[in-house]
Design a protein around this ligand. Sequence first.
Ligand code: AMO
Length: 431
Amino acid sequence: MLRTHRTSDLGRLRDGQRVRIAGWVSSVRDQGSISFLILRDGWGEVQVTAKRGESPEGLLELLRRVPEHSSVVVRGIVRRDPRAPGGLEVVPSRISVVSRARKQPPFSVYGGSLPSIDKRLDIRAVDLRRAKARAIFRVRHAALQAIRRFLDSRGLMEVQTPKIIATATEGGADLFPVLYFDREAFLAQSPQLYKEQLTMAFDGVFEIGPIFRAEPSRTLRHLSEAISVDVEMAFADYGDVMKLLEEMIVRVSRELSRRAREEFAVLGREPELPSRPFPRLTYERCLSMLRDAGVEKEFGDDLSTEDLKELGRMIGGYYFITDWPTKLKPFYIKPKSRRPELSESFDLMHGDLELSSGGTRIHRRSALVRRLREKGLKPRDFEYHLRVFDYGMPPHAGFGMGLDRFVMVLTGQENIREVVAYPRDIRRLTP
Ligand code: AMO
């Protein structure tokens, strides 16, 4: 290893301990006979202080010339000094510039005004050196770990399902076709049918993986590739999975408020601590609330962005919209037995942002075949799926939650691109 310690380890060391640390130059301050270099690594930062008379010849000169962003390895000793940030500095005996920055980014990663996200994405790895960006991705990481822990604690098994698939699951319009040897295949829009099948063997499953949507419009909340947290449970209905989903949101939010305090401080916000149960409003109730607000909607109309904005204003925070018209939901969602024009389905919202959708699934083959036909789909194309329904498919329910959108809510970002390291949209395929 080029390093013996991370910057975050230094506080535990005794004065005078020899260390070799590595990172990038975040700044150099030259005061003639003394120079300060702030070295950053993935875990924090430390001041490296070189003094004339104390440090080897040439070291101050080297510091004067090393450009910000260069990668350096510093050998030296740890010294406690109340004047240093964090009360500790490294007194260098040797500094090696292992990769000299040949260019400076067209914006400062240490504050000041930022160019458009597009300009930043062009050199995303450098953009991610910004404190706010790093805080967002640390919250994302912590949320992901907390979600895994929560679902595991509920006895769900983590699975992986294929991303190259034969048929659409969420409607045909936004599919990415791929050439699969001599056949046409598609990138998976969701793990829907596979997670349903896996409940036959494992009862409760979850998958955290990419979903692909050929979104033709460029919005602040849609990408062509997103990460979805998918859950499916046997012998459960939509009420059960809504409860699990809200428990997950509450648990993860609480955990983050403890584990990501520093990150939230950098982001200048308090983590939202929602409490259960989240409000549950039926679709029909939403229509009447909209009507009261002067927005006329017919039963069966989808809720537009404007409608969701209005509802978001009225309700705020997390809430469920339940019992959607069957015709607005995919073929696998179960119609209600007493009123089949409505379905056992829900969307989880935060304000006007849809975070998740889910529902009870149809578990009888004949009913699923009927729904496929009603949707204009060919049951023959789904034979690989329908076949397993003959072997005792249990009643089941589940949801898919957009991880990126959840991180937007947690970190207060308006643009989904801020929470995705390398976003993909209709215009962007690199970096
Ligand atoms: P749905 O299509 O609603 O449902 O997707 C589930 C959640 O995934 C997120 N999401 C997206 N995020 C960013 N960019 C996109 N283009 C994008 N598309 C979807 C959203 C959305 O709520 N199979 C069902 C889920 C289920 O019933 O289990 C499904 O895919 O947060």
